[in-house]
Design a binder for this molecule. Sequence first.
Ligand code: SF4
Length: 482
Amino acid sequence: MNELGSQQENKRKKNIREISPIDVYKLLPKTNCCACRESNCMAFATRVVNGELTIVDCPPLLTDEYRDMLGELTALLTPPVRVVTFGEGEYSIAIGGKYVLHRHEFTYHNPSPIAIDVHDLMPEDELLERVRQIERFSYNYIGRALAPDAIAIRSTSHDPAVFRQTVKKIAGISKYPLILCSFDPAVMEAGLSEIPSRHPLMYAATSENWRSMADLSLKYNAPLTVFAPDDLSLLRTLTKTLIESGVLDLVLDPGTFTENKLSSTISNFSLIRTEACRYNDKLFGFPLLGVPFAVWAGEEISEDVLKWREAITASMLLSRYADLLIMHSIDGWVLLPQLIWRFNLYTDPRKPVSVDGGVKILGNPDRASPVLVTTNYALTYFTVESDIKAANLNCYLVIIDTGGLSVESAVAGRILTAESIATALTEYKVKSFVDHTTLIIPGLAARISGETEEATGWHILVGPKDSSGISKYLHDRWPPEA
Ligand code: SF4
């Protein structure tokens, strides 16, 4: 049994946390007043447990009459992994706040931000250009802008004055949340004093500097990372000591090791998160910081190999269980897989990614332009939209709300039906856009064309199965013969 084994065994039989809607319901006012816009208190409790609403969405709970219940609910719903924020105002980022180990148990909240490093010995032009590159990096993925989130400023000069100047320059041109990286309290204070209101994350307290770092954390109200590489006992001891010193906003870094120590890195992250989520271990109940950047401190090999290693390390840490990453590479082929993987990990597995139903006007259509139908599954919608835009077509696209299902699934599940199309045409007042009544449905919905014609009174054309064929289809078949 390892060093934590006996403690684990002692805790294994208790404190496994599961919150049911009934637990929440019992502490609500139970008046069914609908001030929360839910039909009753039980519906509200269910949505709270699902993470779709928070208890402050119940106005009566915030009154004096229910103060005790609000306190009990707050305690009940406090996640085993503390939420820590850094950054200022609308640029602040929340990390942690996890309830569970696995995303099929409960949707993950607070997607892990990715911070990109700069250092204080970079020539000014290079430094400013790198910050601009970080801010420019954005990729549109099914309607969402994916981008890195923060900047980690490393002191490589170990000189407080140099570090202060670098922090000042970056804070002057970027509002991104900052992570200040130095083990030297004098260097750290030089950086903190330059941006007292920016609420940066401090990196890091160790067994040597923890007392000074704790003082700085309290003085500047800045969250503090605890660093104990590959030593979970030390990490616990340091965390306990810092909490007793009054520092509550902590982030844990058990060390990121690559190559043949990558597996022990993942084991450490997994063990810490298991202790927090399964056994409510308060000392491990903090966000975890992973540092894929560490690959760059290893052997000197080709840059491409290091970038490849950094990408793999980042992906593994996002999966197990980093709440924040510090990376070096900003090449698309390194960063994009991480951003997309993060997007997928933090998407509610119970709800397909969707867009709102309605009518989308694409290009400059007139009253004779074609009207096409698709569903509100985000991947379907954005593929269709992108094919239409790429071909410079002018048309109306009716988006049917199928609960986020693709055309084929929605037809098979009887969600995309003649009736749902007829309802959408009426609800979205599609007739008001055009002087004709011809509707093009997706090729994958061909089998409902007859019944749709009957239910809508519109003339139905069956379009291509793949939206890449829309351009040729319209070229050949629009306007339809009278
Ligand atoms: S506002 Fe509060 S009391 Fe009213 S129905 Fe919603 S949960 Fe119940």
